[in-house]
Design a protein around this ligand. Structure first.
Ligand code: KG4
Ligand code: ZN
Length: 346
């Protein structure tokens, strides 16, 4: 069965993975640059690119060692083409192309956001035979990461339309910005979730941007509302309650819109993906409200990794995609074309 080597370098993680048949993870290595960027409170592109160059070869080696495979065992090489930081993408995509070229293997460029969806296909190679079956189409996907919030209808491999997107901040970005307002660490998502554990989510009724009649999101008003709430309090901010109330607001809107879309489009299952899909409040609310069965990726496959890129490459391969060395990086690549009927109604 087909074995993929994939490289992911779209932001601040240098990652490589070996995945068999689009599902079974044999090797998965993620080198995080978090420590390099933490003092700046965000990812510094130039630092990220340099760190990718340094980490790339060791990370690929480690993934192959974990998987106990050699070059002859690999059938296809994939790399993330976008969206992401141009300089970061260039390092991983060109390394993947170079490997494929040198080994005379086919090469595929993968959309990072489509990759996030495929986290729902992944399981450990040792779980083959006992892992739950692959997700079933049509699949409604909520992709919520540091840079994007998208609702996508997936009718099959390679057949995706975007139903909605964020009009301003991404969900993860909102978590990161509110964490900064509250003096919590970077990245903000895990820090807010931790602080919220001891908080009362109903203490502060924060705004929800419903944007009726659309499947779009908006989180910048919520961020501003948190700022207005916190500023006059000086040092006496009830951090846990604010964190819990903020998290509740985000999870409420995301889960309401995703489950509404799942019902409206008559999908078979609903999947969530991206870094924010690791959020326990969101996971719980989506499961509670969904009219169809929900797919939740393993926590370690929610945030950036290369196993999801390998799996997405396999999905595209099944859909008929073939080797394409002409693929270039595409920093602003959307997850999928917008749904025409929905666009027309806007
Ligand atoms: O998908 P990802 O790893 O990178 C991008 O492609 O952007 O997502 C990173 C984002 C960050 O904004 C981070 O704060 C958020 O995901 N995140 C979370 C949690 N874990 C990560 N947000 C909420 N709750 C979490 N547990
Ligand atoms: Zn990502």
């Amino acid at each position: 069965m087909m074995r993929m080597l994939a490289i992911e370098s779209s932001c601040d993680e240098t990652a490589a993975a070996i995945v068999r048949a689009g599902r079974w993870v044999e090797g998965n290595v993620v080198a995080s640059q978090i420590a390099l960027h933490a003092t700046y409170g965000g990812v510094v592109p130039e630092i990220a690119s340099r760190a990718h160059v340094q980490a790339l070869v060791p990370v690929v080696r480690q993934a192959m060692e974990q998987a106990e495979v050699g070059w002859d065992d690999i059938d296809l090489v994939a790399g993330t083409k976008g969206p992401g930081l141009a300089g970061s993408l260039l390092i991983g995509l060109n390394a993947a192309k170079a490997i494929a070229y040198a080994r005379d293997l086919p090469f595929l460029g993968v959309n990072h956001l489509e990759g996030h969806i495929y986290a729902n296909w992944l399981a450990e190679a040792s779980e083959e035979g006992i892992a739950p079956p692959a997700p079933e189409f049509p699949l409604l996907c909520l992709i919520v990461s540091g840079g994007h919030s998208d609702l996508v209808l997936m009718r099959g491999h390679g057949d995706l339309v975007r139903l909605g997107r964020t009009r301003d901040d991404a969900a993860g970005e909102a978590f990161d910005k509110v964490a900064r307002i509250l003096g919590l660490g970077f990245p903000g998502g895990p820090a807010i979730q931790k602080a919220a554990e001891r908080g009362d989510p109903s203490r502060f009724p924060l705004p929800r941007a419903w944007l009726p009649g659309t499947y779009d999101f908006s989180f910048s008003g919520l961020k501003t509302a948190v700022l207005r709430l916190v500023e006059p309090l000086g040092k006496d901010v009830p951090v846990a309650d604010v964190a819990a109330s903020f998290q509740e607001s985000v999870a409420d809107v995301l889960s309401a819109k995703a489950t509404r879309a799942a019902a409206a489009f008559g999908v078979h299952q609903l999947a969530i993906a991206g870094g924010v899909a690791a959020n326990s409040a969101l996971r719980q609310m989506v499961v509670e409200r969904s009219p169809v069965s929900v797919r939740l990726p393993a926590l370690k496959y929610c945030t950036d990794n290369a196993a999801m890129i390998a799996s997405a490459a396999f999905g595209r391969y099944i859909a008929g995609a073939r080797s394409d060395f002409a693929t270039d990086v595409s920093p602003n690549l959307p997850v999928a074309p917008a749904d025409r009927a929905l666009e027309a109604r806007r």
